[in-house]
Design a protein around this ligand. Structure first.
Ligand SMILES: Nc1ncnc2c1ncn2[C@@H]1O[C@H](COP(=O)(O)OP(=O)(O)OP(=O)(O)O)[C@@H](O)[C@H]1O
Ligand SMILES: [Mg+2]
Length: 417
């Protein structure tokens, strides 16, 4: 038997001790993966119940749907979840298309259709596959093959298109990202019009407003008129982000309370800097956990989060202490004597540091009281009404419907801190 050749170890690109980091805190898996949720970890999925119901009924009516949202807010994960809920009465394919190239789009779609759809009487899928891989088919030729298949399908076809929102702008032609995307969609108009085929596409956030504009101004409907539904994937509330953290800790085998894993002030900082974006939230927690592990801490502390945030900012320790004060107290005014005593600094030094935090988007002015600026962590103005005005206990649940979470209780916890 031939001896196996020793392969050279690939250079490690990820942090070598990321596994050691979560194990250090008693977790069985990395809870803070920033990758989109896939079928194996969809039980991490939190919230969006109403949106999911709305999208599913839109999908089942086989219409075109745009799913718009800022990067990292959970579009891909939402598409994955929806795909898992498609019943057998539909054919279903997924493609990821980060390029503004109609030929590439069509070829990817045909390739996936040939794999996902069982053979169709009168069509030779093998031959189609061979032509696709070996011949230089034109865009129209590929489209004809797709049309030939879809026209013979007994069940409707649902096509999940992800990453279209990653299309880049074109500097030479002075086109923005969404203009380039729109051009691509125009090129694909005939495809989007195919009967018995519904597309659901992740799109850039601005498409949500664009469609609203078309409707409002009664403008000549562009290809966007082919989208029966355009939804905005909203940012998460702070309560939902907390539930994301809680769910992940539980799934990773953490038995204690959230506070046993993460200092409350660190959580407040992460929630505030995440601004409702799940990827940013998870990234901050992951970085904080890594630093907590390097420090050999018992739990992830405020200082770990601060160091993660401060890696490129290089702010001084006074700023760190001030930020901690903001996380703990919610508000800071340089003239406040308690703050001056806590910091051991005079008003002018504190005011200067508050401005530094503000310039680095770690704080913002939320009010002016007696001529003095009142600072708070970013986003606290948006968070405040939700925290204080929510009238009655409300529950939200994970997509699996498994875990109920009382927001009102949660908010009360927040206020107590
Ligand atoms: N509903 C959810 N519940 C829990 N975690 C989520 C949820 N949605 C997204 N996440 C997490 O947030 C992060 C970003 O999600 P995702 O990749 O789906 O966002 P996206 O909008 O597709 O991002 P991009 O614009 O970069 O493609 C991932 O780590 C994912 O696990
Ligand atoms: Mg995505």
């Amino acid at each position: 038997m031939k001896k196996k050749r020793k392969t050279k170890k690939a250079p490690q690109r990820v942090k070598p001790a990321v596994g050691a980091a979560y194990r250090h805190f008693g977790l069985k898996v990395d809870p803070f993966t920033t990758l989109s949720l896939q079928s194996h970890n969809l039980d991490y999925f939190v919230g969006r119940t109403a949106l999911i119901d709305r999208l599913l009924s839109a999908l089942f009516s086989v219409s075109n749907i745009g799913v718009a949202g800022e990067p990292g807010v959970g579009k891909s994960s939402l598409l994955q979840l929806l795909k898992g809920r498609v019943p057998k009465e539909f054919h279903c394919v997924s493609i990821g298309v980060p390029l503004d190239d109609a030929s590439y789009f069509l070829s990817e779609l045909l390739r996936e259709m040939l794999v996902a759809i069982p053979s169709v009487p009168g069509l030779n899928f093998k031959e189609m596959g061979r032509r696709l891989e070996t011949e230089d088919l034109t865009k129209n030729a590929v489209f004809s093959l797709i049309r030939a298949i879809t026209s013979r399908l007994k069940k409707p076809l649902l096509v999940f298109v992800d990453d279209l929102e990653k299309i880049k702008g074109d500097r030479v032609q002075h086109l923005t990202r969404s203009e380039r995307t729109l051009q691509l969609l125009e090129e694909l108009k005939a495809l989007l019009e195919l009967p018995k085929v519904g597309f659901i596409m992740a799109l850039q956030e601005e498409f949500y407003a664009k469609v609203g504009q078309v409707v409002k101004e009664g403008a000549e409907p562009t290809v966007l008129g082919l989208f029966k539904h355009m939804v905005l994937v909203e940012k998460f509330t702070q309560a939902e982000l907390k539930l994301i953290l809680w769910t992940r800790l539980r799934r990773a085998g953490f038995k204690g309370e959230v506070d046993d894993f993460l200092e409350p002030e660190a959580l407040i900082l992460a929630l505030s800097l995440a601004g409702g974006n799940s990827r940013r939230f998870l990234y901050l927690l992951s970085e904080g956990m890594y630093r907590g592990f390097q420090r050999k801490g018992r739990r992830v502390e405020f200082q770990d989060l601060f160091e993660a945030v401060n890696e490129h900012l290089k702010l001084d320790l006074v700023c760190k202490k001030l930020l901690y004060f903001l996380a703990k107290s919610g508000r800071a005014v340089a003239s406040n004597s308690d703050l001056q005593a806590f910091m051991g600094l005079d008003m002018i030094s504190i005011a200067r540091r508050l401005e530094t935090l503000s310039k680095n988007r770690l704080a913002e002015t939320v009010d002016v009281a007696d001529g003095a600026k009142v600072f708070a962590l970013p986003g606290s103005r948006e968070a405040a009404p939700e925290e204080t005005l929510r009238p009655s206990p409300r529950v939200i649940q994970t997509a699996s419907g498994e875990k109920l979470f009382n927001l009102a209780q949660d908010n009360k916890d927040g206020e107590d801190r």
